[in-house]
Every structure is written in structure tokens, then in C-alpha cells.
Design a protein around this ligand. Structure first.
Ligand code: P5A
Length: 446
């Protein structure tokens, strides 16, 4: 992509309404535009990151054996009357009437609708286990939408629902989600800590939230700081192996980690003082096991091997897809702008032409662009007729992890400069070597 032809409405001034760094940088980098309180347009740069995050979520869900589908944003109220949640949900639910005067709502979540799909088509234990998920817009008429995409009213969520024949199988689904979420967040360059949580309006008594530590987080968290060192890394996990999956979950949930809702000071006091930490966190996901709460009220039953009939065992599992952009920026930035982890960056590399109009520099940049594209890596090429300082400032603000700087003087020596956004360290390389290095770096992030 050539910057001269792109749509990147960068702001020079700090927007007054933005109280936290991620919101400030998303506005300044031309990623989002507010259309109403808690409702945003995703401008091209923000949209690219959002799509990239969705892609990682899909890949990890499919790896865990979960099946994508797509349910609508608008739902009939009658489904929610069956579960009893139509009245319980209160002011957070956006209620709408259609022209026939029928009660509709903009879905805040989809437990009822997925249960309706299940009961229409499945009635035997032989069709289980089954986990269906989608990535779809939700609406919650939050009392205080704030911090940009972090607490929106309209927001994108991945929500998945498992159906199992008994409690053990449903707990395996819960564990499978925990592990797949750990992998998902790691690929985004995040450390998200599973913490025992409270279930709220979704229900059930077994639930974990995933928190990214950040001073601007909305939740107070209490934890043993050794949890921050746990990593899945390159482990190859067999998601069908119940014992293996349970063991990984145990590894990640044994050390103390709680939100204020479930914090137990007496237990926390037993954590060695040197490791006892109180901080703040951003909730980027939550998993629930709630058994037969919805299947019983909505009549979703399956036959069992011994000829009986039982309400199907369920859980639901959510990732805050749009919130993740804010969380990643909170966790990865400096005073010049965003620093995207390679896994989610909108473009893998930026090209800065120090002397637009210089025949050698223009040709070298075009050649780099072509060579990178041939390797499936689309660079953002700043081909504007601008001062070098302004080009560097834009690149630093939008946070591409790598930058190739091309100028006539370097080219006389046969070199360009490859710079890491994170460390600021530059290397002089031939154009070919620079392309190879970038390709090598991203080989690990596909
Ligand atoms: C699980 C999936 C649920 O709704 N039902 C389906 C369950 N869980 S949840 O915890 O309420 O939401 C899942 C994740 O969505 C994100 N989230 C939000 N993101 C931005 N703005 C909001 N207002 C908002 N509300 C929830 C969070 O990341 C949450 O963990």
C-alpha cells in the first residue's frame, strides 16, 4: 500500500476526550472514529488490525475443533422470554420494535439463540460433543461507555457455545476453551492471566476471566506474580486428550490470581510476600460452565446411550475482539506511539523513502515493495513528498514493528536501514537481505 493513496487520517493534536493511551493513539493514528457514545467506525488501519485479530481467533478455535457459524445481530424477544432473561437483562439490553410491533433486541450475547438452533437440529448424544461459535457485533447499552473500544456499546465478540452429554465432557470443553484462549492471546503478544471470576448475568458457578495486566484496567486484581511467567509457547496440544488439556489448565490456574469479585484475603496472605501483587487488569475474555441453565428452560434435550433423555450440558466462552485492540496498545506502546506485536500488526513493515523524486531512491523503494509483496508481505510505503522527520513520526505513531529506510546516500553504498520499532536498533543491509530478514521474522507468525 502506498501512503499517498491510502486513507490514514492521522491527528497531530491529542484528542481531548481520550483519557487513556490506547484510545488516544487509536484516534491519533486514524484507526477509529466515534459516531455516537460507545459506537465507532473502523477506519482502514484499525479495520486491518481488527481483521487480523479475528483471523487469529478463528485459527485457534478451528485448531481446538470448534465450528464457525454466523447468527444475526437482531433477535426476537420471545427466545429471551423462554429463558427468563428478557426481563432480567434490564437497561443494558437495546430493545427494538419492528413494523409489526414485535419485540426485538440487538443481541448482547447468544446463549438463547444457539440453544434454539441446537434444539431444532440435534437430539442424540451421538452428535456430541459439539462446539459452535461466531464472531459477531454485540450491543450492550453500557451505563458508562468509555476508553474508546475498551468499553463500547457496540463491540465485536467471539462467542462460542459447547454442547455435551454430561458434566465431565462439558468440563473438558471448558478446559479446551481455556487452553485455546491462552494460545490466542499469546499469538497476539499478550500475557492474559486466567482468574477465577464471578458469573453475573450469564450464570453458572465455574468461570474464569482472562486479564491483561495494565494500570488503566477496569478491574482490580490480586495475584502471585509468578503467573506472569507461564507460557504455552510452542507446545503441541492434543485438544481431544482430556488429561493433557486438564493438566495445562491446572498449570495456569494453581497460583493465586483473582479479581476483586472473588478475592479471598486469607488465601492471598499465604502467597509469599515477595510474589504478592495487587494491580489492575483488562478483561479480554471470559469462559463459563453453566450446565443445564438454558437447555432446561428451553427444552434442549438429547438421548443418552442407555436410552434416557437429558437436558444438554452447556457452557459459553467469549473473547472481546474489538476490546483487544485497546488492550494490546495499553500493553505495547511508548511515548511516540503504538508498538504492534508482529502477530497483529496492520502491515508487517513500513518503507520510508527519504528523498521522494530521487530516481535511485524511488526505484529501490518500488523494488522493495515488489519483493515483499512476492513473499506475501504487504508493506506500507510512505511515498509522500514529506520531510523525513514527519515520515518517521507517522511510522512511530502507527507502530509498525519494522521500518526500512531508503535514501540516496545509503544506496550509493548498496545499503538500506532496517529498524526495530520496539528497540530502536538499526542495521544496515542490502535490500535483498532486508527482505529476507523480514520474511524470516514473519515466518513464525503465520
Ligand atoms: C461468553 C460468550 C459473555 O457474554 N456469553 C457469550 C458470554 N461473556 S462476557 O464476559 O460478558 O463477554 C465476553 C467478553 O466480551 C468483552 N466485552 C466487551 N468489549 C467491549 N465493550 C464492552 N462493553 C464489552 N463487554 C464485554 C470482554 O472482553 C468480555 O470478556
Amino acid at each position: 500500500m502506498r501512503l499517498s493513496r491510502y486513507f490514514l487520517p492521522v491527528l497531530k493534536e491529542n484528542p481531548a476526550e481520550a483519557q487513556i493511551v490506547s484510545h488516544r493513539y487509536m484516534l491519533r493514528a486514524g484507526m477509529i472514529k466515534q459516531q455516537a457514545a460507545g459506537i465507532y467506525s473502523w477506519l482502514p488501519l484499525g479495520f486491518r488490525v481488527l481483521k487480523r485479530i479475528e483471523e487469529i481467533v478463528h485459527q485457534e478455535q478451528i485448531r481446538a475443533g470448534h465450528i464457525p457459524l454466523l447468527m444475526p445481530t437482531l433477535q426476537p424477544a420471545d427466545l429471551w422470554r423462554e429463558s427468563g432473561r428478557y426481563d432480567d437483562y434490564g437497561q443494558e439490553m437495546l430493545r427494538i420494535k419492528d413494523r409489526q410491533d414485535r419485540d426485538m433486541l440487538y443481541g448482547p450475547t447468544n446463549e438463547e439463540m444457539i440453544t434454539d438452533i441446537f434444539r431444532a437440529h440435534v437430539n442424540s448424544y451421538k452428535d456430541l460433543p459439539l462446539t459452535l461459535y461466531h464472531i459477531q457485533w454485540k450491543f450492550r447499552d453500557e451505563m458508562r461507555p468509555r476508553f474508546g473500544v475498551m468499553r463500547g456499546r457496540e463491540f465485536l465478540m467471539k462467542d462460542g457455545y459447547n454442547f455435551d452429554v454430561d458434566r465431565d465432557a462439558a468440563l473438558h470443553a471448558y478446559n479446551r476453551h481455556m487452553v485455546s484462549y491462552l494460545r490466542t492471546y499469546e499469538r497476539m503478544g499478550l500475557t492474559a492471566i486466567p482468574m477465577r471470576a464471578a458469573s453475573g448475568p450469564i450464570g453458572g458457578d465455574n468461570t474464569h476471566e482472562f486479564l491483561v495486566l495494565a494500570q488503566t484496567g477496569e478491574s482490580e486484581v490480586f495475584y502471585d506474580d509468578r503467573v506472569t511467567g507461564l507460557k504455552l509457547g510452542e507446545r503441541d496440544i492434543d485438544y481431544d486428550n482430556r488429561a493433557e488439556v486438564a493438566k495445562v489448565c491446572e498449570e495456569f490456574t494453581t497460583l493465586y490470581a483473582r479479581t476483586d469479585e472473588t478475592h479471598d484475603p486469607a488465601v492471598f496472605d499465604q502467597v509469599p510476600e515477595a510474589h504478592r501483587k495487587v494491580g489492575r487488569g483488562i478483561e479480554v475474555g471470559q469462559i463459563f460452565y453453566f450446565g443445564t441453565k438454558y437447555s432446561e428452560s428451553m427444552g434442549a434435550e438429547v438421548t443418552t446411550a442407555d436410552g434416557g433423555k437429558v437436558p444438554v450440558e452447556m457452557g459459553s466462552h467469549g473473547i472481546g475482539v474489538s476490546r483487544l485492540l485497546g488492550a494490546i496498545i495499553e500493553a505495547s506502546h511508548d511515548d511516540k506511539g503504538i508498538i504492534w506485536p508482529e502477530g497483529v500488526t496492520p502491515f508487517p513493515v513500513g518503507i520510508v523513502n527519504l528523498k521522494q523524486g530521487d530516481a535511485a531512491a524511488d526505484a529501490a523503494c518500488a523494488g522493495l515493495e515488489k519483493a515483499l509483496l512476492a513473499k506475501g508481505l504487504e508493506p506500507l510505503y510512505d511515498d509522500r513528498d514529506e520531510r523525513a522527520g514527519a515520515k518517521f513520526a507517522t511510522m512511530d505513531l502507527i507502530g509498525l514493528p519494522w521500518r526500512i529506510t531508503v535514501g540516496p546516500r545509503g544506496l550509493e553504498k548498496g545499503i538500506v536501514e532496517l529498524t526495530s520499532r520496539r528497540t530502536g536498533v538499526s542495521e544496515e543491509l542490502s535490500t535483498e537481505a532486508a527482505v529476507d530478514r523480514i520474511a524470516q521474522i514473519y515466518a513464525a507468525h503465520r
